[in-house]
Design a protein around this ligand. Structure first.
Ligand SMILES: [Zn+2]
Length: 89
């Protein structure tokens, strides 16, 4: 299993002040992916999920059509950064 997530978070922590000079960052306190998940069936492996938005219509009891949406979190089978499979086959 790769450690791309930790590596990327560390690299951004180090390089962010230089890559965004207009922000005048004096110290990066923390860098964390917001879409992390832990696969409990795979030794609590950490991965990044890909949120996907589904817009849909639903009829109310009165027969009106209302627009709704749901965010589903897709879990990739491969690391999106290095391409290694998350689960050994
Ligand atoms: Zn990787």
């Amino acid at each position: 299993m790769c450690d791309c997530i930790k590596q990327i978070e560390e690299e951004i922590k180090i390089n962010f002040p230089e890559s965004a000079p207009a922000l005048k960052v004096s110290k990066v306190k923390e860098v964390k992916f917001e879409n992390l998940y832990w696969d409990l069936e795979d030794n609590c492996r950490m991965g990044v999920s890909m949120p996907i938005r589904v817009d849909y219509e639903r009829k109310t009891k009165k027969g009106n059509v209302i627009s709704k949406h749901e965010i589903l979190n897709m879990q990739p089978k491969y690391c999106p950064f290095c391409g290694k499979p998350y689960k050994e086959e």
